[in-house]
Design a protein around this ligand. Sequence first.
Ligand SMILES: Cc1ncc(COP(=O)(O)O)c(C=O)c1O
Length: 308
Amino acid sequence: MTRQVDSKYVWIDGEVVPTDQASVSFFAHAVHYGTAVFEGIRCYDGTSGPAIFRLPEHLERLRRSAGEYFMEYAWTDAQLTAATTDLIRRHDMRECYIRPLVLMGEGKMGVRPVDCDVNVYLAVWSWGAYLGAGALENGISAKIVKQRKFSPRALDPTVKACGHYLNSVLATKEAAAGGYDEGILLNSDGRVAEGSGENIFIVKDGELKTNPAEESLLLGITRDSVMKIADHLGYKLTIGPIELEELLGADEAFFTGTAAEVTPIAKVDDEPIGSGGRGEITERVQTTYLDAVRGKADAAFHGWLCPV
Ligand SMILES: Cc1ncc(COP(=O)(O)O)c(C=O)c1O
């Protein structure tokens, strides 16, 4: 399989190596038991040059996720920030996706991690619209998949761990098999949880609503940005459980995520949401978000950018 990403170098535990030499031991605990955590971050070419969007918040979530699975690492956020900006400059990229990954390396074999190394990786590559061309303008089709989001009683959904994504992998495959762009998972109580890699917002009668962590979801950094943008634009926003009927009966709905940005949900299970395209409020929020990530929005959002 030829590599699909244009990554040339990977940072591994303080060393920058050509991507072809970036490897993981077969005996790494992560390979056998899914003990790795990661982040997805974007760098945008903004009004003052390339800048990374909300890097401190992503690094904070990375450390918290790693801690949940006993992977403390010695690198400070300042060191990881310097390593990331250096890696972007080496690639001469103005816009890219950034993937930090912390994994449980070699140690004693067995499920219980004993004396395992902790390895930290950073990679960058070019990544356009995650849900395909036209998704941001026209919206995408989503399927309510059979797979339920795992319960917080089993694993903490606010932790961004690689093993947790088996749940999402099944959801994406089921959605794609039915010809849909993305899968939406309900939680174990049958209410809306989230997309396979996105949070969900609905709009009804001019007001926005999104669901809380207790409903089984990752607390997205884009979700948080959109909540602040909605407030800035003067929209009322409620945080509460979302019933499936509420989603289906919404005037507008959209996904949020670093990869998906603000993507309108045009249809759910073949039923149009509102007018079945990008709603007016979705478009306003999306425009402000895409301006904010490039430093074009109100100065109130400039603090979200970390120059490269
Ligand atoms: C399951 C899941 N939910 C939500 C999100 C959105 O999170 P963020 O906005 O921090 O990218 C992601 C993406 O990382 C995700 O994988």
